[in-house]
Design a protein around this ligand. Structure first.
Ligand code: FAD
Length: 250
């Protein structure tokens, strides 16, 4: 049976874009209908494959933003949120060109470590930078569906308020959310990167024993993980996902 499940995840499926939501000026969410979707865990990602008319292929990874089941009624909806990299190969297509009704080849879900399961005990600390917020949103949504709002804290590093993904939903969330603005922020807010003091103020303290999920660009993840360990968090409890530049054609 395990072999069958694995084959299922490694199979390319043709999803259909059923809706598009603009998140910011440079990011949007593609809502996908996926035939025979096996379901996913919050924190997992999919591989996306684009094929040009001449047969050239490019493959990239995108985290799943939706919790599973994605609505109280279930349903095989997979949300991907893509931040456009101006000179990128794949993200401008996903961010500007593809539209409702278009097909998109995906494979997955992928990943078994950077995940949160509803039966997992204990507090949850989410720390995201930029589009690293995407899998954290799936975890936040899944934890809230499970009624775990008091367990969840999110620290979200973002350039400016207009760059915040899922801003409306985060504003309505009952979890504890803090922002670290790196370029511009609301009047009176500190501007700067996450440091030891920001962590001490906004994150669960190490003695709480939270599972910590850190996601973002590679230098962000490395800096934050080092700060966490220096502050006394158990390295075994710190899970990381890096959004470094990814593969070429396949
Ligand atoms: C597990 C995982 C999950 C991810 N989830 C998300 C997500 O949810 N949302 C999201 O927006 N992104 C996510 N990413 C990032 C995503 O996979 C892509 O890397 C991103 O969209 C950029 O792809 P691109 O094809 O547009 O850019 P690319 O063409 O890959 O270019 C990226 C950058 O690298 C530079 N570059 C490219 N090729 C070269 C080269 N040969 N030499 C020098 N520089 C080069 C480009 O100039 C550009 O600045 C994830 C990555 C991983 C690994």
């Amino acid at each position: 049976m395990a072999g069958t499940a694995l084959r299922g995840r490694l199979t390319w499926r043709v999803a259909t874009v059923s809706a598009v939501r603009e998140e910011t000026q440079t990011a949007r969410t593609l809502v996908l209908d996926v035939p025979d979707w096996p379901g996913h865990l919050a924190g997992q990602h999919v591989d996306v494959r684009l094929t040009a008319p001449d047969g050239y292929r490019a493959m990239r990874s995108y985290s799943i933003a939706s919790a599973w089941p994605s609505s109280p009624a279930g349903g095989a909806k997979v949300d991907l949120t893509v931040e456009q990299v101006p000179d990128g190969e794949v993200s401008p297509y996903l961010g500007q060109v593809i539209g409702v009704g278009d097909p998109l080849e995906i494979r997955g879900p992928v990943g078994g470590w950077f995940v949160w399961r509803p039966e997992q005990p204990g507090p949850i600390q989410l720390i995201g930078g930029g589009s690293g917020m995407v899998p954290l949103m799936a975890i936040l949504r899944a934890a809230e569906l499970a009624g775990r709002q008091p367990d969840v804290r999110l620290l979200y590093s973002v350039r400016r308020p207009e760059s915040v993904l899922y801003a409306g939903e985060l504003a309505r969330s009952k979890s504890e959310i803090a922002f670290a603005y790196t370029r511009e922020g609301p009047a009176g807010e500190r501007i700067g990167r996450i440091d030891a003091e920001v962590l001490a103020r906004s994150a669960w303290s190490p003695d709480v024993g939270a599972t910590v999920y850190v996601c973002g660009p590679t230098p962000f993840v490395e800096t934050v993980a080092d700060l966490l360990v220096a502050a006394g968090h158990d390295p075994a409890q710190v899970r990381t996902e890096r959004f470094g530049p990814s593969g070429g054609g396949r």
